[in-house]
Design a protein around this ligand. Structure first.
Ligand code: AMP
Length: 212
């Protein structure tokens, strides 16, 4: 099954996409994670992406599309995958159509959250370098300033600071939200899930919707 998780930054897409991917035993493909890895590794792509990501703008389509197509062509993705953070523009969605035919996907899950809640969530988010995610109020680390899962320091992502969050929300509204109509026009099944409440309950709602 080829699935897309869509929604504003801070909706909990990444967290839910990871959980659902584990349930369905398909890879979770998050372009944001891949780009952060490229930055950490200092690759050519990472060097190009770094300042763009820090501002909360989008990395150019051609770079992200090449990276994503490479990833979905790998062996482990032949049985399907969950896309998280891609496509973010119409050009990216078209690249997916070209690669797989049709809409390129079997279904989308749209996680809906109020913009004010988004700012609260993102500005309180803390991460470690191994991808574990915390929230200063909702899910603090049990080890204070260290990750309680791997012991690495936890910190605020550069692009999670308030100013950048506002820019990311604007970018979402302008460039990514139009994908909802794009996929509705193509009659892709779209499950709209309210992204507020207990994580387990939201995962259950998504799993039920996908099995319906
Ligand atoms: P995320 O972790 O999905 O919030 O992504 C973090 C940042 O990576 C975004 O703010 C963009 O700068 C960049 N990024 C991730 N995915 C894409 C994409 N599909 N197209 C362009 N830029 C992206």
């Amino acid at each position: 099954m080829r699935l897309l998780f869509l929604g504003p930054p801070g909706a909990g897409k990444g967290t839910q996409a990871k959980r659902v991917a584990a349930h369905l035993e398909i890879p979770h493909i998050a372009t944001g994670d891949m780009l952060r890895q490229a930055v950490a590794d200092g690759t050519e792509l990472g060097l190009k992406a770094r300042s763009i990501m820090e501002r909360g703008d989008l990395v150019p389509d051609d770079l992200v599309i090449a990276m994503l197509i490479d990833r979905v062509n790998r062996e482990d993705a032949t049985g399907g995958f969950i896309l998280d953070g891609f496509p973010r523009t119409t050009a990216q969605a078209e690249a997916l159509e070209e690669r797989f035919g049709g809409a390129g996907l079997d279904a989308a899950v749209l996680i809906d959250v109020d913009p004010e809640e988004v700012v609260r969530r993102i500005s309180g988010r803390r991460v470690c370098n191994n991808g574990h995610v915390f929230h200063i109020d909702d899910a603090p680390s049990g080890a204070g300033e260290l990750c309680d899962q791997c012991g690495e320091p936890i910190y605020q992502r550069e692009d999670d600071q308030a100013e950048t969050v506002r820019n990311r929300l604007n970018v979402y509204r302008e460039l990514t939200e139009p994908l909802i109509s794009f996929y509705r026009e193509r009659e892709l099944t779209m499950h709209v899930i309210e992204g507020v409440g207990e994580l387990d309950e939201i995962t259950r709602l998504i799993m039920d919707a996908l099995h319906s």
